[in-house]
Write a protein that binds this ligand. Structure first.
Ligand code: ADE
Length: 229
């Protein structure tokens, strides 16, 4: 059985408690397919005050995470096959293909930045790649680590009900999902499309594909242009 171990390094490990216990990630851990540990970077800081941040050389706003506690934290959990990811708005934007690739690793170390960022030497010494979850700035990399983890674990066999599900979802095949409906057949005058009630599976598949492509053309024409239709 393929298993993924993940160590998340941040200043607020308790932040991850609830999201990691619930739903798909909680079940994946219970099944033993995924093992996730949240590690406190402050545990690797020296001195009475366990200082982890300092002012940037050359001036500028805010504080930076210091190189030493970050490097020590990473090295404390690094294994032979670790892949170390820094969540950062300066990283390559996360997409489905990247998640599928991340899911093939045995051990991920996710480093969450705080403040204005991290001393560049920690990145140069220890980081394999920098990943952003989108063109906006979060107050830390922690929500980004959760997004990456959720989207990545879906690609590990056994995490979802059907192994193929992640690949069939929106972006797995790089077009949008068709709209979905469940009971009741009518709500406030709005009816479920007839085609879904007819039981003709080939026609339903064709309709779903068309609806997905139309929606994609409306809101993400850039994705549609990339897709081999
Ligand atoms: N940290 C702050 N902003 C981020 C972003 N957009 N993606 C990943 N990590 C971040």
């Amino acid at each position: 059985m393929k298993k993924l171990k993940v160590d998340i390094l941040s200043l607020f490990p308790d932040y991850f408690d609830s999201p990691l216990m619930q739903s798909m990630l909680g079940r994946a851990q219970q099944k033993g397919i995924v093992e996730i540990n949240a590690i406190d970077i402050r545990d690797f800081a020296d001195g009475k005050h366990a200082k982890v941040d300092d002012r940037p050389y050359g001036g500028g706003p805010g504080m930076l995470l210091m190189v030493e506690p970050v490097v020590k934290a990473i090295r404390s959990c690094r294994e032979e096959n670790s892949h170390v990811v820094h969540l950062s708005p300066q990283g390559k934007t996360l997409n489905s293909a990247k998640c599928e690739n991340l899911a093939t690793h045995e051990h991920l170390i996710l480093l969450c930045g705080h403040y204005e960022g991290i001393d560049q030497r920690a990145i140069d010494l220890e980081i394999d790649e920098e990943v952003s979850i989108g063109d906006y700035v979060l107050t830390s990399g922690m929500p980004a680590a959760l997004v990456l983890l959720d989207a990545t674990c879906r690609f590990i066999p056994g995490v979802l009900g059907h192994d193929e599900s992640a690949r069939n979802d929106t972006f797995g095949k790089m077009s949008f999902d068709a709209p979905h409906y469940t009971r009741p057949e009518e709500f406030e005058g709005k009816k479920v499309p007839d085609i879904l009630l007819g039981g003709h599976h080939a026609k339903i598949d064709a309709w779903r594909r068309e609806m997905g492509i139309n929606k994609c053309a409306q809101v993400r024409p850039d994705l549609l242009a990339k897709e081999k239709l």
